[in-house]
Design a protein around this ligand. Structure first.
Ligand code: FAD
Length: 321
C-alpha cells in the first residue's frame, strides 16, 4: 500500500468522523484556520457570499449548482432549519437571476432521522424549485444510504420532473441502478464516488474504476437522457490529441443539448473551460455554509497533494504572509 493511498483512505475516514467535525466547529481558532483551506473549494460561509461567487461564475458563461452544505442531521429542528435555508437558496437564485440549480444531501433534510421526514422535506423543496422552473439535484452519500436515496428519488419522480440524481461509478451496483433511473425524468449526474466503501461493494480509484466510469458514461450519453458528466479526469475529458468524451459524442452523433460537464469549485477550472470551448454547457458545484469538514476532507483525499496547499492556506490565518 503506498503512502498516498493510505493518506487518502485516512482522510475519507476523518471526513465521516462527526466528533472531529464537532470539535472543529466548537474551536474558533481551529475553525478559522481550516476555513481558509476550505474557501478554495466552497462558495463562502453564507448564502450572500455564495450568491456573489455564483454571479461571477455565471458572468464567465458557466452555470452553477448551489448546495447548503451538511449531512447526517440527527435533530428534527435542524432538518427543518436546513429545509428553510434551501428555500432561501431557491429564492436567492430567482431574486439574483442566477443561472443555477440547487443541490442537496437528503440526510441533511431529515432522511436519517425518519425516511418520511426526509421525503416530506424533499417534496417541499422539489415543489418550490419546480414552481420557479429550477432543477433540484440529489447528491449520493455513503453506501449504507444508497438504496434509501434511490427510493426517495423514485417517489419524488412520481410527482416532479425536475429532480435529478447522482450515481457513483465506483459501486458494483451502479450499472443496474443506472438502468432504473434512466426510466425516470430528471438529470443523471455521474461521479466516481467520494466516500470510503468496502472492496466487496466498490472499486478503488484506478484503472478498473476508470473503465467502469467510461462504460457508464457511454451508456448515459447514448441514452439521450439529460446528464451531467461530473469528473475532472483528464483521461476521460482531455487526453492528447482528442478528448475521450468529446470524441465519443462526436463519433456517435449525440445531440449536445442534453449533456453538461460539471466540476467542483477550485478543481481544474481549465478543464471545464476546455469543454466549454467545445460548445458544451458547463456547471460549477458551489457549496456554502459552516459544515465544510466532510467536503474539505474529501477534496484532500481525492488529491492528497492538495494537503500542502491546505496547510499553507490554514497557516496564513494565524501567521499571515
Ligand atoms: C459536480 C460534482 C458532484 C459530485 N457529487 C458527488 C456525490 O453526490 N457523491 C459522491 O460520492 N461524490 C460526488 N462528487 C465527487 C466525486 O465522486 C469524485 O470524488 C471527484 O469528482 C473526483 O473524482 P474525478 O472523477 O475527478 O476523478 P479522480 O480520478 O479523482 O481525479 C482525476 C484527476 O482530476 C484531478 N482532480 C480530481 N480531484 C481533484 C482535487 N480535489 N484537487 C485537484 N485535482 C483533482 C486530478 O488531476 C486527478 O488526477 C461530485 C463531483 C462533482 C464534480
Amino acid at each position: 500500500m503506498n503512502t498516498e493511498f493510505e493518506v487518502a483512505e485516512a482522510l475519507k475516514q476523518i471526513a465521516l468522523d462527526e466528533e472531529i467535525k464537532a470539535y472543529i466547529l466548537q474551536h474558533p481558532p481551529l475553525y478559522h484556520s481550516l476555513l481558509q483551506a476550505a474557501l478554495r473549494f466552497i462558495g463562502g460561509e453564507t448564502l450572500a457570499q455564495c450568491a456573489e461567487t455564483a454571479k461571477s461564475v455565471n458572468q464567465q458563461g458557466t452555470a452553477v449548482t448551489i448546495d447548503y452544505m451538511g449531512e447526517s442531521t440527527r435533530d428534527t429542528g435542524m432538518a427543518e432549519q436546513a429545509t428553510q435555508e434551501f428555500l432561501g437558496v431557491i429564492q436567492t437564485i430567482v431574486d439574483r437571476n442566477l443561472d443555477s440549480s440547487v443541490s442537496l444531501d437528503l440526510s441533511h433534510i431529515g432522511m436519517v432521522i425518519d425516511t418520511e421526514l426526509g421525503y416530506k422535506n424533499a417534496c417541499i423543496l422539489a415543489k418550490a424549485a419546480h414552481d420557479v422552473g429550477l432543477e433540484m439535484m440529489i447528491s449520493m452519500e455513503g453506501i449504507d444510504r444508497t438504496s434509501l436515496i434511490l427510493e426517495i428519488h423514485q417517489r419524488l419522480c412520481e410527482t416532479f420532473d425536475n429532480v435529478g440524481i447522482t450515481l457513483q461509478a465506483y459501486l458494483h451496483r451502479t450499472p443496474t441502478d443506472l438502468e432504473n433511473v434512466l426510466q425516470l425524468p430528471g438529470k443523471i449526474r455521474l461521479v466516481k464516488g467520494a466516500y470510503a466503501a468496502p472492496a466487496h461493494l466498490a472499486k478503488f480509484r484506478g484503472a478498473e474504476l476508470d473503465k467502469s466510469y467510461r462504460q457508464l458514461m457511454e451508456r448515459l450519453l447514448m441514452s439521450g437522457h439529460p446528464c451531467s458528466i461530473a469528473t475532472h479526469d483528464p483521461a476521460l475529458l482531455d487526453p492528447v490529441p482528442l478528448e475521450f468524451a468529446h470524441k465519443f459524442i462526436q463519433e456517435q452523433g449525440i445531440e449536445q443539448d442534453t449533456i453538461e460537464f460539471e466540476m467542483l469549485k477550485g478543481v481544474t477550472p481549465e478543464r471545464l473551460q476546455t469543454m466549454k470551448n467545445h460548445g458544451y454547457r458547463t456547471r460549477v458545484y458551489l457549496p456554502y455554509g459552516r459544515e465544510w469538514h466532510l467536503y474539505l476532507c474529501n477534496r484532500l483525499a481525492e488529491h492528497p497533494p492538495n494537503l500542502y496547499r491546505a496547510i499553507a492556506d490554514a497557516a496564513k490565518y494565524k501567521y499571515g504572509r
